[in-house]
Design a protein around this ligand. Structure first.
Ligand code: HEC
Ligand code: HEC
Ligand code: HEC
Ligand code: HEC
Ligand code: HEC
Length: 460
């Protein structure tokens, strides 16, 4: 009797033990201890991008126009780090390490070599201003974790530079080692995935890519952000290549890159209607350009919103509200008159801070975003203070979102042709936050992603 019971027990225990074993192995691989790079080296271990310029002028000039060359110096980065993150860590010493960690991605050379937290302000022109420079990327050999995140790069300063291509000539200035890692998305994921102290993925561009159609197709980050072009002289004494990786790195700060990312079409269910009759407009939004979701990256800052307006024959303009779909957390995806971002009061030293306007755009528009919530459940744009994410209502790669607008033709609408225009707008940083923190106006300028117009006839 008892042996039978025991063997039954073993049948149960063995699979459970196996699962536990696999789970432990999985967690260990996720939490693999990373080499601590903080203050491990000194500034003199690294070369300045200016030095690389003497032989790689083309690549230098491309990179110097990209955001990664300004990851430490750019106005909004300076404001958020010095006015919010650093004072927040003064008020809450337990987050000091996390705030020092901003530099692990924004100015790795200062993180590893300055021995000073915070590093000097950009105006002091220290080596921290190198931001994400040639040296940073071309000294990376691998990722120390799977998936890569939170500056998990394996890096070693020195005269050996790594890259994907086998060079045609030797460099008089350094050794070159070919490394296939440069052709993977994990290379970028070292900094483009970020997990915060609450275990929340506050940035997940590489993870979004990995679960999308471009991963299956083998189209990597480099294909869209470092397109192959030529003939291009990648170094002065080399011969030109037809397929050089151009260091354009254009992203959300390039209106030309953003334009047309989403295609949109609007159509009515009926073409003629009388006042007080309903017309249902349907808008299809197709993401044809990004390899990840739109928006991606600093999702706490970014909003894309769909605005639909009707103009009657006499030029009177009516704003259309999006129809509710009824999913959980939908109120965060429809613009409204709310206050948010109260947690900024802590670093700014404002007690009982009421917050600022959540959206700063006309009410009733659909917003494509993820809301980030602070530990008290209020919306925040301080990603390091995010305890929870809300609904992910962004547009995935090659995904099409469909929105409906039920419009009751107003009594006073003029008879004749009515024009109905749908516009998808985009903003890097919600305007009320930008204005409140006095961030340079370009950061909250409205970029038009796309638009489409349809017509209906209003009967007398
Ligand atoms: C004295 C000139 C010179 C200087 C200075 C110089 N390089 Fe080079 N570099 C070259 C030449 C020449 C090549 C070979 C180009 C080829 O044929 O692909 C090269 C190739 C490279 C490659 C490999 C490209 C590939 O895929 O084959 C990397 C990476 C690189 N350099 C990075 C740097 C960095 C980073 C700096 C600054 C710290 C730097 N270089 C400074 C001349 C120079
Ligand atoms: C050492 C960390 C690091 C690595 C590695 C890295 N990035 Fe970045 N990247 C950053 C940071 C930090 C920014 C933000 C710059 C800023 O402050 O606006 C950025 C910004 C960008 C932007 C500009 C986004 C915009 O808002 O316009 C693009 C595009 C980009 N990275 C692409 C890549 C690609 C592609 C790779 C891999 C080939 C890569 N990055 C590797 C840290 C990194
Ligand atoms: C964000 C990371 C990053 C930064 C910053 C960066 N590179 Fe690169 N670089 C790469 C990657 C990735 C490749 C392409 C690897 C591949 O596909 O072969 C590359 C390729 C190259 C190549 C070979 C280009 C070719 O012909 O295909 C050279 C040379 C080079 N980089 C030099 C530089 C210099 C000089 C700078 C600074 C002005 C710089 N890189 C900045 C990531 C970076
Ligand atoms: C199929 C082309 C494509 C691929 C693949 C792709 N991207 Fe993009 N990416 C875009 C386009 C288009 C934009 C501009 C629209 C936007 O901001 O999302 C963009 C924007 C970005 C931005 C700026 C987002 C923001 O809101 O600041 C970053 C950062 C970025 N990409 C990084 C990456 C990384 C890292 C990978 C690989 C894991 C990658 N991209 C793969 C096309 C691509
Ligand atoms: C794991 C790497 C990583 C860490 C850690 C990190 N960032 Fe970033 N940060 C990025 C990348 C990558 C981008 C660009 C994403 C994009 O373009 O959407 C970015 C974007 C930003 C932006 C927006 C830049 C813009 O021009 O719109 C700000 C501001 C910023 N980070 C501040 C911080 C602060 C403050 C911290 C520390 C609390 C921090 N970051 C920690 C990688 C990181």
């Amino acid at each position: 009797m008892s042996t039978r019971k025991e063997s039954q027990l073993m049948i149960l225990v063995i699979p459970v033990a196996l699962v536990l074993l696999m789970l432990t192995a999985f967690t260990i691989s996720l939490m693999a201890p990373q080499e601590d790079l903080k203050s491990k080296y000194s500034y003199k271990d690294f070369e300045s991008a200016k030095k690389c310029r003497s032989c790689h002028p083309g690549i230098y000039e491309q990179w110097s126009q990209a955001m990664m060359s300004q990851a430490y110096t750019h106005n909004w980065d300076e404001v958020e780090y010095f006015d919010l993150a650093v004072p927040h860590a003064k008020a809450k010493p337990e987050i000091k390490d996390v705030v020092d960690g901003c530099n692990g991605c924004h100015t790795p050379i200062a993180f590893m070599g300055s021995g000073q937290f915070p590093p000097p302000r950009p105006s002091e022109k220290s080596m921290a201003n190198e931001s994400v420079s040639c040296e940073v990327c071309h000294l990376i050999q691998a990722a120390q974790s799977d998936p890569p995140f939170n500056f998990s790069y394996l890096i070693k300063p020195g005269m050996t530079k790594y890259a994907g291509r086998t060079p045609s000539v030797e460099s008089p200035a350094h050794k070159i080692v070919t490394n296939e890692f440069f052709r993977t998305t994990e290379f970028c994921g070292n900094c483009h995935n970020e997990k915060n102290p609450w275990g929340v993925w506050v940035k997940s561009t590489q993870l979004e890519w990995k679960e999308g159609p471009y991963a299956l197709a083998g189209v990597v980050c480099q294909d869209c952000h470092m397109p192959k072009g030529g003939p291009f002289l990648n170094a002065l004494m080399a011969s030109p290549y037809d397929d050089s990786r151009l260091h354009l790195f254009h992203g959300a700060h390039d209106p030309g890159k953003v334009r047309g990312t989403i295609e949109l079409r609007i159509q009515p269910d009926i073409r003629e209607a009388e006042p007080t009759e309903d017309i249902i407009f349907t808008v299809a939004l197709f993401n044809q350009k990004t390899g990840h979701k739109f928006p991606t990256g600093s999702v706490e800052d970014r909003i894309a919103w769909l605005q639909v307006e009707a103009t009657d024959a006499k030029g009177k303009v009516y704003h259309l509200n999006v129809d509710n779909k009824g999913f959980d957390g939908e109120e965060f995806t429809i613009s409204g008159d709310y206050l948010a971002y109260q947690d900024m009061g802590v670093p700014l030293g404002i007690s009982e801070f009421k917050g600022v306007q959540r959206d700063g755009i006309p009410s009733g528009n659909r917003i494509f975003r993820i809301p980030y919530f602070d530990p008290e459940g209020r919306m925040t744009m301080m990603q390091w203070n995010t305890a929870k994410l809300g609904v992910d209502y962004r547009i995935g790669p090659r995904e099409t979102k469909v929105e409906k607008f039920t419009f009751r033709v107003p009594n006073d609408a003029a008879a004749g042709e009515m024009k109905v225009r749908a516009v998808l707008n985009y903003q890097l940083l919600v305007k009320p936050v930008a204005d409140f923190l006095k961030v340079q106006p370009s950061e909250s300028e409205i970029m038009e992603v796309n638009e489409h117009t349809t017509y209906v006839t209003i009967l007398p």
